[in-house]
Design a protein around this ligand. Structure first.
Ligand code: WAQ
Ligand code: MG
Length: 232
């Protein structure tokens, strides 16, 4: 049976509210479209004035990539987490000002693609960001509510599988979800207290470390190459 890539995104006044990505068999398209539509209409960030759900048959090869290893990082406050991020980036040769970007940008439907060496924004449209799509876990199931961790590890594993992406930082923009992550070197560092409960900030940063001639191909992989994530 053919597989479909299903995408949902919802916004109000051009500002991102929610989105989701799935790869599912044809027999699950109808249910998935309905479930994701309901999810978009019941999001804590507000009721959308624009909602798009699409399903397209996958006609190219699907890549399988390994699920990242998860490591829980102890933290008892947002100050702790910010210190961990700054120290980690600095000690791995990145510019720690990336952390300030994570805490100051909100409302993109994609991620900021930032040059890991210069800090320059490489996103073709910085107001939109780069939206990773066409991915799922090999063992996923259709569920009505958002599964923050399960969905994040799929996105992070697809992104980290590209050799030109050195690291990713993520803070949920959902006001009731304060756990975020930093990926680097095949590890998903899970961070409690990424922000204070109730805050409406949140974004993603991908650190690009590769030839400038390969930026477009890397974005094409992130947006379009169908990927299934599997546990090792
Ligand atoms: N591609 C690129 N960027 C995205 C995508 C995507 N498909 N989906 C979301 N973003 C960006 C966008 O800027 C959002 O505003 C931001 O990320 C946050 O998205 O281990 O829920 O869906 O428990 O709110 C992390 C789980 C959950 C941590 C992250 O992000 C854990 C989350 P949200
Ligand atoms: Mg969100």
């Amino acid at each position: 049976m053919s597989l479909y890539s299903v995408k949902m995104r919802a916004s109000r006044d051009g500002r991102h509210i929610s989105g989701a990505e799935r790869i599912i068999p044809e027999s699950e398209v109808a249910t998935t479209v309905q479930v994701l539509t309901q999810r978009a209409l019941a999001h804590p960030n507000g009721v959308p004035d624009f909602l798009n759900v699409s399903a397209s048959e996958i006609t190219t090869d699907i890549r399988r990539v390994p699920e990242l290893e998860v490591r829980e990082v102890p933290s008892s406050s947002t100050a702790d987490t910010r210190t961990f991020l700054t120290d980690f980036l600095t000690s791995h040769g990145f510019d720690a000002r990336v952390v300030d970007k994570l805490y100051s940008v909100t409302g993109l439907r994609g991620a900021m693609l930032i040059d890991a060496r210069t800090g320059a924004n490489l996103s073709p449209d910085p107001t939109r960001g780069v939206r990773v799509s066409a991915m799922d876990h090999v063992d996923s199931t259709v569920v009505a509510t958002k599964q923050h961790f399960a969905e994040a590890i799929v996105l992070a594993s697809k992104v980290a599988a590209h050799p030109n992406i050195a690291a990713e930082l993520c803070m949920s923009d959902d006001p009731d979800y304060t756990t975020g992550y930093l990926t680097y070197g095949g590890v998903y560092h899970r961070l409690a207290h990424m922000k204070e409960l109730g805050e409406r900030i949140g974004t993603r940063v991908f650190l690009y470390d590769g030839p400038s001639s390969e930026v477009a191909a890397t974005i094409d992989y992130l947006e379009n190459t169908p990927v299934l994530v599997e546990k090792q």
